[in-house]
Design a protein around this ligand. Structure first.
Ligand code: CP3
Length: 345
């Protein structure tokens, strides 16, 4: 039984630093690309057998210490009445984005145990198939990141429509984010019931907000999700990109583990989040596109800054890029285990 990921989440000592990757199943893997020739992303997410197979692909060939459920952040949009699809080369596209307060009121409430039963079934099968080899991470989105897709309707670099809505319609904004928070707390509770052993809340785009705006428009809703899940006994991870300026505020969400990107040295980030939290990160995913000596030197620098303190989970600062060589990901995982191993293997 490999428990080092869960031990590190709880800041307990480990036999070697645990490592997993965001987007560890995906286009950089030939097996994934082969499956995508036959099925769309949403078809894979909707079919437990396929989603299980994709989740397990990296577990079989990379020394990862955790599996992450294969699904997508936006899967709950459909039962809320927000139809969307993935457009090749562009990302998600929402058919009728939210642009008015009335549209917020029209969002549907749903029972995740029914409407998203296929995701929960995927989790149940995964727990059986993994059989204790590595723990299973479930996930969901934080309200700001979910709302940004609901309002923009597509990926954005400025979040102009999202922020315009937030400033001009603050009451409707807070109602929208409350809806997302309630839905997510319920959906993530159902993931725990189905067998998820840790949860990661993706607030990927929260770094787009100023500190004052983060505290006013995002934090109250994200922290409601964490409060609802706190007593359920599984470690909770918060993840965001470009969050250096709001890291101290993110701590107030109540996560056990805080994910940080590569823009800030990991020891400085840990200083800000304090000794009572575990940390996850923070290698630049683009490092893996270059030669391995540079990957290893940057990795060793992260490990030196962490200095063996309990509570470090090695990860990239964001997801594996599609053009990454699989061999580089495999070599990185092996390297992290080799150089941090403390006992007999
Ligand atoms: O990390 C994992 O391996 C678990 C699976 C997972 C996916 N998406 C599968 C996926 C997770 C955790 C997500 C989260 C997600 N989805 C986020 C937050 C994470 C982040 O990036 O910070 C967001 C914003 C989304 C919405 C989404 N899904 C976008 C914007 C895109 C297109 C961008 C891209 O990379 O092409 C997706 C597509 C998507 N979701 C892929 C995968 C593996 C691409 C694969 C494909 O097209 O086959």
């Amino acid at each position: 039984m490999n428990n080092r990921f869960l031990q590190a989440c709880r800041r307990e000592p480990v036999d070697a630093t645990p490592i997993w990757f965001m987007r560890q199943a995906g286009r950089y893997m030939a097996d994934y690309r082969a499956l995508r020739q036959r099925y769309t992303l949403l078809e894979i997410c909707a079919n437990p057998e396929l989603a299980v197979a994709v989740t397990l692909q990296p577990v079989e060939v990379i020394e990862v210490d955790a599996a992450i459920l294969f699904s997508d952040l936006l899967v709950p949009f459909t039962p809320m009445g927000l139809d969307f699809d993935f457009v090749k080369g562009e990302g998600p596209s929402v058919e009728h984005p939210i642009r008015t307060p009335e549209a917020v009121e029209k969002l549907r409430r749903f029972e995740p145990r029914e409407a998203l039963g296929h995701v929960l079934e995927t989790i149940r099968i995964l727990r059986r198939e993994l059989d204790g080899r590595v723990p299973l991470i479930g996930f969901g989105g934080a309200p700001f990141t979910m709302a940004s897709y609901a309002i923009e309707g597509c990926p954005s670099t400025t979040y102009a429509r999202t922020k315009a809505f937030m400033y001009a319609q603050p009451e409707a904004w807070h109602r929208l984010c409350s809806r997302f928070a309630d839905m997510m707390a319920d959906y993530l509770t159902a993931q725990i019931e189905a067998g998820a052993q840790a949860l990661q809340i993706f607030d990927s785009w929260a770094g787009a907000l100023s500190q004052a705006d983060y505290r006013e428009f995002a934090l109250p809703h994200t922290s409601r999700i964490f409060s609802a899940l706190k007593a359920k006994g599984v470690p909770l991870i918060h993840f965001g990109v470009g969050t250096a300026a709001i890291l101290g505020d993110i701590v107030d969400n109540g996560a056990d583990v805080i994910g940080v990107d590569w823009r800030q040295p990991i020891d400085e980030a840990w200083q800000v989040i304090g000794p009572n939290r575990a940390i996850q990160g923070n290698l630049d995913p683009a490092r893996l596109l270059g030669p391995m000596d540079r990957v290893f030197s940057a990795t060793d620098d992260i490990l030196r800054r962490v200095g063996g303190r309990p509570g470090h989970i090695f990860n990239l600062g964001h997801g594996v890029l599609p053009s990454t060589p699989l061999e580089s990901v495999q070599a990185l995982a092996r390297h992290v285990h080799e150089v941090t191993r403390t006992g007999p293997s």
